[in-house]
Write a protein that binds this ligand. Structure first.
Ligand SMILES: NC(=O)c1ccc[n+]([C@@H]2O[C@H](COP(=O)([O-])OP(=O)(O)OC[C@H]3O[C@@H](n4cnc5c(N)ncnc54)[C@H](OP(=O)(O)O)[C@@H]3O)[C@@H](O)[C@H]2O)c1
Length: 328
C-alpha cells in the first residue's frame, strides 16, 4: 500500500538544537540495533519505522554491524527507504557507524582510515544512499592514533559521503581530544553517543560537561537499559524479549536487586501517570545538555508508549529525590 506520511507529524514532536550546530534532533530518535535484521520480519520493521516518522521522529540510527546478521539492518532500512520514505529523504537524519568487527582480516575492525572509508562505502550501498547525515566512529581504538581515525571522518565529510561526524563510547578525556582534533581539521564533532540510563550514569561525572563546553550534542543510547527499565521483565523473562533473544542482554543481568529498583521506580511513575519507560526517558531529557534520546522498540506499541513520555517531562524536587534514593 502506498505510504502517505502523517501531515501533523512535526506538531507532535519537540526538537532540540544539537550542540552549537545548525541541526535540530527530535527529542526521541529511533535506533535499529535490534528488531530490523534479516532475523526479523520486514513488514513488522516497516510498521515501527513508519510509526516513528509519522510521529515526528526524523532521526534514525544505524551501524554497519546492526542485524543480525551484520549489515542486514542497513539492508532492510534501505528497502523501506526505497519503498516508502524516499520522497522524505531530505527530512531525515540517517546515521551509521564503524568501529566494531565487521569483516575478517586486519581492515574490518577498530579505527584505521582503511576500515572507516571501506565500511562507509559498504553502508551506503546497503542503504542505497549517496550520503549519510552522520558518520560515527563507534568506539575508541587504543592502538590507532586518534589523528588517523579523526582524519578519516574528516575525509569522508570532504568526499561528501557524510554531512556530519560523531563519536560513540568515548570516555570524557578521549572525547575531548577527538573533539579538538576534529575542530583543527575543520570538521567539528556534531555529537557523542554514550550509553546512559537511570541504571548507568557514568556520563554525569565528566562527559556531559566536556560536551557542553565544546558545543557538542549528546544522544544517549539504551536509555531503558535494553528493556529492564520497562514492564518487560516484571513477570519473569518472556520468550520474545531481548534477554531471551540476544547475546547483548543476559538473563543474569536481571537480578532480584535490580527488579526491586524497577518495582519502586514503577510506583513513582504511576503517580506521575506514566509507564516506567516513559518516566525513564523523561528523566534523561530533563538535562538540557541531552539533545535527543535513542530508543529501541520491538513492537510499534512500545514506540507509541515511549513517545508519550512527552506528556510529562517535568519532575518535582520531591520526585527527583525519591528517584535518587532508589538509584543510590
Ligand atoms: N553506539 C553504541 O555502541 C550503541 C550501543 C547500543 C545501542 N545503540 C543505539 O541505541 C539504540 C537504542 O538502544 P536499545 O535498543 O538498547 O534501547 P532501549 O530503548 O534501552 O531498549 C529497547 C528495548 O526495550 C524494550 N522497550 C522499548 N520501549 C518499551 C516500552 N515502551 N515498553 C516496554 N518495553 C519497551 C524493547 O525490548 P524487547 O525487545 O525485549 O521487547 C526494546 O527492544 C539502538 O538501536 C542503537 O541505535 C548504540
Amino acid at each position: 500500500m502506498t505510504y502517505l506520511a502523517n501531515k501533523q507529524r512535526y506538531q507532535q514532536m519537540q526538537y532540540r538544537r544539537c550542540g552549537r550546530s545548525g541541526i535540530h534532533l527530535p527529542l526521541l530518535s529511533l535506533g535499529l540495533w535490534h528488531n530490523f535484521g534479516h532475523v526479523d520480519l520486514l513488514s513488522h520493521a516497516r510498521k515501527i519505522l513508519l510509526l516513528a516518522f509519522d510521529s515526528g521522529i526524523t532521526h534514525f540510527d544505524l551501524a554497519n554491524n546492526y542485524g543480525p546478521p551484520p549489515g542486514s539492518a542497513e539492508e532492510n532500512f534501505g528497502k523501506i527507504l526505497k519503498s516508502d520514505l524516499a520522497p522524505h529523504r531530505a527530512e531525515m537524519i540517517i546515521s551509521t557507524k564503524a568501529g566494531y568487527w565487521m569483516w575478517d582480516g586486519p581492515y574490518g575492525d577498530w579505527g584505521s582510515k582503511k576500515y572507516l572509508v571501506a565500511s562507509l562505502e559498504q553502508s551506503l550501498k546497503r542503504m542505497g544512499l549517496e550520503y549519510v547525515d552522520i558518520f560515527y566512529h563507534h568506539r575508541p581504538d587504543p592502538e590507532t592514533p586518534l589523528e588517523e581515525t579523526m582524519s578519516a571522518l574528516d575525509l569522508l565529510v570532504r568526499q561528501g559521503k557524510a554531512l556530519y561526524v560523531g563519536i560513540s563510547n568515548y570516555g570524557a578525556e578521549e572525547a575531548a581530544k577527538a573533539i579538538s582534533i576534529l575542530r583543527k581539521l575543520g570538521t567539528p564533532c556534531l555529537l557523542h553517543q554514550p550509553v546512559y540510563s537511570m541504571l548507568n550514569r557514568w556520563v554525569e561525572k565528566d562527559l556531559l560537561s566536556v560536551l557542553e563546553q565544546n558545543g557538542v550534542g549528546c544522544i544517549p543510547y539504551s536509555p531503558l537499559a535494553q528493556g529492564i527499565l520497562t514492564d518487560r521483565y516484571v513477570h519473569g523473562i518472556p520468550s520474545d524479549a531481548r534477554a531471551s533473544r540476544s547475546i547483548f542482554l543476559k538473563t543474569e543481568n536481571i537480578t532480584p536487586e535490580i527488579m526491586k529498583k524497577v518495582q519502586r521506580l514503577t510506583e513513582i511513575a504511576k503517580k506521575r501517570n506514566q509507564s516506567l519507560a516513559q518516566m525513564a526517558l523523561a528523566w534523561i531529557v530533563k538535562d538540557s545538555r541531552i539533545t535527543s534520546v535513542l530508543v529501541g522498540a520491538s513492537k510499534p506499541e512500545q514506540l507509541a508508549d515511549s513517545l508519550k513520555c512527552m506528556d510529562n517531562l517535568q519532575f518535582s524536587p520531591d520526585e527527583l529525590s525519591a528517584i535518587e534514593k532508589i538509584l543510590q
